[in-house]
Design a protein around this ligand. Structure first.
Ligand code: NI
Length: 393
């Protein structure tokens, strides 16, 4: 069965590339993936795979093999692109100004379509049910995964395990990487408005200076990371925007700050929110100002379940070669795939798409990002193989 899947993935590589290029040329922003969803639906219809539409632009397909009750494995791809102007000069560059598949979700969708085609074609040769989840809005809160889960994507039938891959720009084509446990951080957005009292810059005693308060607050908040947090517990607070004031001789009324907080521990994550809130309110008040703080709760940590991840790692070694499977690094980036892992055993792995000889080595979310398309064969094949071969407990 493994050899059959490998052979089909190889045969379908030209198609995988053409789908990926079509999607790359026609990117759509989060929750607006209408043409992308229609493209997926056309393919599933052509292959006689039943599907339903969920959360607006989500497409959920179902393939039943022999003995469909035996196990249910979900495979997930994300559909959305980013508000970036592509600077590549490839024949398949984005046709839409200011929108680009700069995180490889076009490749993810192509890989899942390829896996679907392979699984449908071989369905009399494997056991169980495979649920295909083509998901909207990975790049934007609240995350398409959370919407799909609310609409019941993990019920009827309930998957025993879920897999997703992500392109990886620091790993060469032909390689994949796995890790059990925590692999990506939670991410929450912080919005603070500091209200002071404006006045003449020459008479600071008549004003409450929100600029000075902001300077203290930004510094003090970092103590939460360096003094309150356990050093063995990675977390990041980045204040990424500060807006206030217009000229040299006026103290403004207010300053607005924005930032992100990332953690690898769900308990500390919410303790830290409380510390950020208390520190902000108390420090600003101590300097005579008043703070409004809003924390927009984003994605949870991505945690890979031990049993299915180690099975997947073993299966990948046989599929793609022992030396091509490595342990992946933990990153403080975030992924809404974490929502699935809170409900069912999940495994998020990385697909190498770097090819320095072809000049393909730009990072994700950059205007020169691209993927080495020969990796699509491994992505599609491995998704199909994991769905067939993994045995959840
Ligand atoms: Ni992504």
């Amino acid at each position: 069965m493994q050899a059959r899947i490998q052979q089909l993935a190889n045969t379908y590589l030209p198609e995988l590339i053409s789908w990926r290029r079509h999607l790359h040329q026609n990117p759509e922003l989060s929750y607006q993936e209408f043409e992308t969803a229609a493209f997926v639906q056309d393919k599933l219809t052509a292959w006689n795979i039943p599907y339903q539409v969920m959360a607006g632009t989500g497409v959920i397909g179902l393939i039943k093999g022999n003995n469909p009750q035996k196990k249910v494995i979900a495979l997930r791809a994300d559909l959305d692109a980013l508000p970036i102007q592509e600077e590549n000069n490839t024949p398949y560059r984005s046709c839409k100004p200011g929108i680009m598949h700069a995180c490889g979700h076009d490749a993810h969708t192509a890989c899942l379509l390829g896996a679907a085609k392979i699984l449908q074609e071989t369905k009399d040769q494997w056991e169980g049910t495979v649920k295909l989840i083509f998901q909207p809005g990975e790049e934007k809160n609240p995350g398409g995964a959370s919407l799909l889960i609310k609409e019941g994507v993990l019920e009827n039938p309930r998957p025993d395990a879920i897999f997703a891959l992500h392109v990886h720009t620091t790993l060469d084509t032909g390689k994949v990487s796995f890790r059990s446990g925590k692999v990506m951080a939670s991410a929450d957005e912080i919005y603070i408005t500091i209200h002071g009292k404006g006045g003449h810059a020459a008479s600071p005693q008549t004003a409450i200076d929100p600029i000075l308060i902001s300077a203290h607050l930004i510094t003090t908040l970092q103590q939460m990371v360096s003094r309150r947090n356990d050093p063995f517990n990675p977390c990041v607070l980045s204040i990424t925007s500060i807006q206030g004031g217009t000229t040299t001789n006026v103290i403004p009324d207010q300053v607005k700050l924005m930032g992100t907080f990332r953690a690898l521990n769900e308990k500390w994550r919410f303790e830290a929110h409380q510390l950020i809130r208390e520190t902000t309110e108390q420090l600003v008040a101590s300097m005579g100002g008043q703070a409004d703080l809003h924390i927009d709760i984003g994605y949870p940590c991505v945690v890979n379940e031990q049993n299915i991840t180690s099975q997947a790692q073993q299966l990948a070694r046989a599929f793609i070669g022992e030396s091509n499977v490595s342990e992946t690094e933990i990153r403080m980036g975030a992924e809404d795939f974490g929502f699935y892992g809170q409900k069912i055993p999940a495994c998020f792995f990385r697909l190498g798409t770097r090819n320095t000889e072809k000049g393909i080595n730009s990072g994700v979310h950059t205007s020169t990002f691209d993927v080495d398309e020969s990796a699509l064969e491994y992505g599609a094949g491995l998704l199909a193989w994991l769905a067939v071969a993994v045995l959840p407990t």
